[in-house]
Design a protein around this ligand. Structure first.
Ligand code: MG
Length: 257
């Protein structure tokens, strides 16, 4: 059995008035979510908040899902129960965004990225859409669990840009997938067999667009139990680097229960 502890922080950064990122940490549900909203006026804030709250609600409502539960999008046989809960939660969030857009003219065009982690008895599920990330730290090494759904990431994969060029590219914020209320949203779901001592970082692009993976790895691996201080340090690093965007970080640590 594995137990998890967590801390989170969010900051508007140095150049933006508003914070359009949202996050939640629900230790009781084993649910952790970061969303980075976009859209004019207040719409980005609404999109990320709707996504986070809807996922939270759905995971809560399916805590004891039995055979009588009706899955709004059916069950995917290749995913286990938690995988289906998390993927469906993201689909429901997308549908909720569509409903809000249909009901309020000012919200047209709003969208959000999302990364969601569900810690269950049978391991950890990670779902994501867009360019927010999940990093996994184990024994001094950090690896990324998510692949950005972004134009620059596709260029890097095709060999057309180096990772450094991608970070400075004028189109670096262009996402190729997001929760925008569109009919069919493609959601990536992966699993992780978490071990004692592992750490996870969920974050919005306001962090890794200005802080290198090496610096993130170093901070995430600090030999401290004070996860809040790690969050603070990551946010500070983004702001020291200019703080061009809202930044949100959520750090989890796994221990033997
Ligand atoms: Mg952002």
């Amino acid at each position: 059995m594995i137990s998890v502890s967590a801390a989170g922080a969010t900051h508007p950064g140095k150049r933006r008035q508003k914070n359009e990122d949202s996050y939640c940490e629900r230790l009781d549900l084993g649910l952790f979510v970061v969303a980075d909203g976009m859209g004019g006026h207040a719409a980005g804030e609404v999109a990320s908040r709707v996504a986070v709250d809807t996922i939270d609600q759905f995971i809560n409502d399916t805590r004891a899902a039995d055979e009588n539960f009706t899955w709004p999008f059916g069950l995917e046989p290749h995913l286990d129960l938690d995988g289906n809960r998390l993927k469906t939660a993201v689909k429901v969030a997308n549908r909720r965004i569509a409903t809000r857009i249909a009901g309020e003219r000012d919200l047209q065009g709003m969208a959000t990225t999302v990364v969601a982690v569900l810690v269950g008895h049978r391991g950890v599920k990670v779902a994501h859409v867009g360019d927010s990330r999940v990093y996994h730290w184990r024994d001094g090494h950090m690896a990324r669990l998510t692949r950005d759904h972004s134009w620059v990431e596709e260029q890097v994969e095709a060999g057309a840009l180096t990772p450094t060029e991608a970070r400075d590219h004028p189109w670096r914020n262009l996402v190729t997938r997001a929760l925008s209320g569109g009919g069919e949203v493609e959601i990536d779901v992966t699993s992780l067999d978490a071990q004692k001592g592992d750490r996870l970082l969920l974050c919005s692009d306001g962090l890794f667009s200005v802080v290198t993976d090496d610096a993130i790895e170093e901070t995430l691996g600090r030999p401290t139990d004070d996860l809040q201080s790690i969050c603070r340090e990551l946010v500070d690093a983004a702001n020291r680097a200019g703080g061009p965007d809202n930044v949100t970080v959520l750090v989890l640590r796994f221990d033997a229960a």
